[in-house]
Design a protein around this ligand. Structure first.
Ligand SMILES: [Zn+2]
Length: 313
């Protein structure tokens, strides 16, 4: 089955038959966008009031326990239809979009968000959606608004600046960690973000490397803070693993004027920062973006240490 085609068909129909969904996508035509240039790459800021619920979502265990899970099949809006993917997943249209085509792909089972056992699936999904969409994962403590229910997301390819700028950024700011068996891993510090760029045509090589990375990187049972993008283009995967230290920056919790409602997850660190409030959109600048990013990523030193360890495996 051509999942890109089917997903496009699904979203086209859902916008017509489900008013809230149609309105969500119609509102995208009026979102405002600003673009800031950094050292060889750009970061956009999108003022998108429709994202307020997600940006301000309470994700502490108590709040999660007390709310009805919005990804469980029985709690979906009655107008929502989905596209089955593999045995246990369903491709759903996201009615509160960031992308002009935006999907959420939850499991049919209420199981916790976890990358260890779903990384392979993430890459299978990006392969199945390769004609049109990039797939991403937000860690349970790093941007997922449903940390209790495993899910991926997918959005139109090329929408996040990092996709077009990938090669430039990796070349300019990257340091190759290993290159063997058709797998290339680069550690990147572009001044704002720290990430691993994993490139290969072989999904098993990618999965094997990722497993080694996880074992080495996390010293507790808890999943390290990650956002992951997976894209299959040409004949290979490009996987970006953002290495985070913090979920939300200090300004998110500040009082009064200082407060900026920016809660970085995959799309934000992929280069499209979402702010649901107009006053934040008007005030945000290069300095504020840079401050937020530096705060929520690991340090240069931590990236270098990781690179050295990974080079030996
Ligand atoms: Zn659920």
């Amino acid at each position: 089955m051509n999942y890109s085609c089917e997903a496009l068909k699904l979203i086209t129909e859902q916008k017509k038959e489900w008013a809230a969904c149609g309105n969500g996508y119609a509102s995208l035509s009026s979102v405002q966008v600003k673009t800031f240039q950094f050292d060889g790459y750009s970061i956009k800021v999108q003022y998108n009031p429709g994202r307020m619920t997600s940006t301000s979502a309470k994700v502490d265990p108590k709040s999660i326990k007390e709310r009805k899970c919005f990804l469980c099949y029985n709690n979906l809006p009655k107008e929502q239809r989905g596209l089955d993917w593999k045995e246990n997943y369903i491709i759903l249209v996201n009615p509160f979009p960031i992308f002009p085509e935006h999907f959420t792909i939850p499991s049919k089972n209420h199981l916790p968000q976890e990358i260890k056992n779903s990384f392979k699936l993430l890459n299978e999904l990006s392969y199945d959606l390769r004609e049109r969409y990039t797939v991403f994962y937000n860690g349970p403590k790093c941007g997922a608004s449903a940390p209790d229910h495993i899910h991926f997301q997918a959005g139109l390819k090329g929408f996040m600046p990092i996709e077009e700028e990938f090669e430039t950024i990796v070349k300019k700011h990257g340091k190759v960690i290993s290159e063997q068996n058709g797998l290339k891993v680069t550690g990147v510090d572009d001044g704002l973000r720290k990430f691993l760029a994993i490139e290969s045509a072989n999904s098993k090589e990618i999965s094997d490397f990722f497993k080694k990375f996880l074992d080495m990187y996390s010293d507790s049972e808890e999943e390290p803070m990650l956002n992951v993008l997976s894209d299959f283009s040409g004949d290979m995967w490009r996987v970006v693993v953002f290495l985070r230290k913090k979920h939300r920056p200090g300004v998110y919790f500040a009082e009064g004027e200082e407060r900026i409602l920016l809660s970085p997850a995959s799309v934000d660190v992929g280069g499209v920062c979402i702010v649901p409030q107009e006053k934040d959109f008007n005030r945000i600048d290069e300095g504020k973006i840079s401050g937020v990013f530096k705060e929520v990523f690991i340090s240069r030193e931590e990236l270098e240490n990781l690179g050295e360890k990974l080079a030996k495996v």
